[in-house]
Design a protein around this ligand. Structure first.
Ligand code: ZN
Length: 150
């Protein structure tokens, strides 16, 4: 990762950590799930509003996480807004691929999420970055038990 990209990555992460987007509970979510990352202590809830075609009309998160987890959750809520659950799943697949292999799979447009490529250098942080997405998946599947990265 070159120095400019690293700096941009840090700026974006810090900005989303300080001012998380779509943070706070929805009044009447259609779906919700809780996710926990015991390695770091991140614990978040993701809430969804869906239309009749399973398209996400609103998505919020609450809870406490480290900078990477909070920024990832914040950017996730922006990325999946107005997407169908299937499209969100595709996006997660691409994001996960990027974080674990370092390759942008190219099947989906990751947009700003591609900045997280640097997290791959810190394997323990990969779980922080993917926790919001695992929790989103659990919410989409209506799972009632909290999910854990361990
Ligand atoms: Zn964390």
């Amino acid at each position: 990762m070159d120095a400019d990209l690293r700096e941009l990555y840090q700026q974006v992460i810090l900005d989303h950590h300080r001012k998380p987007r779509n943070f706070g509970p929805l009044t009447a979510p259609d779906r919700a799930a809780v996710g926990f990352n015991p390695l770091c202590g991140d614990r978040i809830q993701v809430q969804l509003m869906l239309d009749e075609n399973d398209r996400i009309t609103d998505v919020h998160f609450t809870g406490e996480g480290c900078a990477i987890c909070t920024a990832s959750a914040s950017m996730m809520t922006e990325s999946v807004q107005s997407k169908t659950l299937d499209e969100a799943k595709q996006l997660f697949h691409g994001f996960h691929e990027l974080l674990t292999t370092g390759d942008d799979p190219g099947e989906v447009d990751l947009g700003k999420l591609s900045l997280f490529a640097g997290v791959r250098e810190f394997p323990v942080r990969v779980k922080c970055a993917t926790l919001p997405w695992h929790t989103l998946t659990a919410a989409a599947e209506n799972r009632e038990e909290p999910i854990s990265t361990e």
